[in-house]
Design a protein around this ligand. Structure first.
Ligand SMILES: Nc1ncnc2c1ncn2[C@@H]1O[C@H](COP(=O)(O)OP(=O)(O)O)[C@@H](O)[C@H]1O
Ligand SMILES: [Mg+2]
Length: 313
């Protein structure tokens, strides 16, 4: 449904995204996960046709975003970072106005506005001023605006940012309900967000994709890996080298007076590391083995000095 090829964008001499490649299939819910400044909004603005890339190509439903902008925009509903809602309009009037902007006739616009409000539980506030609504409701108006005309694809840029926990929950429920009816790409810098809503995640850091997988198989990989931290008194550099050769060790990294060792999920590996370290006479004072969870993986993938771990995944 969405095909992104070699997408690069720089603002002046600042490279925001670099050679992004990914596809989103029809009906999928894909989470675009990354810390602030990773390039999520930039990518979304380009995919929705609101900004041109420096190079690369985006196709939506087979149409090139920049050669066929009208066809593409009619298939996409977009909730930008700052929802384009007018504070001095009534909810219903605003949604009718959005439909009219999209070229719909008056009666169609009214029907579409009603449908969008029903999907987002806004019917009860349709005659209220947007400016008088809570942030949670306003964000729902933003979502309703994306849904006007029932587009196949929804691009939602951080739909829960700035909401309180109850409002976050409501927004997640809404997105859950839209599953199966739309192809959805949602961005977030919050991990539980994607765990709650997405079939697949694309992790982006510093403008590049560092991992891309289903939640299920990321989970499987995680349960198959762990982390051993060692505190030793000497021979740090020597051990960084030699521990890499121990069976089951995936990578070794120095961290101050300690070593971080990524390992497979096997007690033999941990025993071998302990034995090797003692034999080397490195002055082992502490050894701790932990299993990785999704949070750890995300942090490792998005702390840039460890980005080589991302390549491994
Ligand atoms: N209009 C702009 N002008 C200059 N730099 C920008 C602009 N918008 C974004 N950037 C920079 O591009 C990078 C990616 O930003 P953005 O796509 O907004 O990331 P995210 O949405 O993941 O937080 C950041 O380093 C940001 O500072
Ligand atoms: Mg952003």
């Amino acid at each position: 449904m969405i095909e992104v090829r070699g997408l690069t964008k720089s603002y002046g001499d600042r490279l925001a995204i670099q050679d992004l490649n990914f596809t989103v299939n029809k009906g999928e819910v894909v989470g675009f996960l990354g810390p602030n400044g990773a390039g999520k909004s930039t990518t979304m603005k380009i995919v929705t046709g609101y900004m041109a890339p420096s190079s690369g190509e985006v196709r939506v439903g087979g149409f090139d975003v920049f050669e066929n902008p009208i066809e593409v925009k009619s298939q996409i509903g977009y909730l930008p970072e700052t929802p384009p809602v007018y504070m001095d309009m009534l909810v219903e009037d605003y949604l009718i106005y959005v439909a009219r902007l999209r070229g719909k006739s008056k009666p169609d616009a009214k029907t579409m506005a009603q449908a969008a409000m029903e999907k987002t539980n806004l019917t009860e506030v349709q005659k209220r001023l947007i400016g008088n609504l809570s942030k949670g409701f306003r964000q729902r108006v933003g979502l309703a605006q994306a849904l006007v005309g029932d587009p196949e694809v929804l691009i939602l840029d951080e739909p829960t940012v700035g909401l309180d926990p109850k409002q976050v929950h409501e927004m997640r429920d809404l997105i859950q309900r839209l599953k199966g009816q739309h192809t959805i790409v949602l961005s977030t810098h919050i991990l539980p967000e994607v765990q709650a809503s997405c079939d697949r995640i694309i992790i982006i850091n510093r403008g590049q994709i560092v991992a891309e997988d289903s939640l299920e198989s990321l989970g499987k990989r995680m349960s198959a890996s762990g982390q051993v931290t060692l505190k030793i008194r000497r021979k740090h550099e020597e051990l960084v080298q030699s521990l890499s050769g121990v069976k089951g060790v995936m990578s070794v990294r120095r961290d101050g007076s300690g070593l971080d060792v990524s390992v497979d999920h096997n007690e033999d590996t941990i025993e071998a590391i302990a034995e090797h370290t003692v034999k080397a006479g490195a002055g082992l004072v502490e050894l701790k083995a932990t299993d990785l969870d999704l949070e750890d993986i995300f942090i490792r993938l998005t702390s840039s000095e460890r980005s080589e771990v991302g390549r491994e995944l």
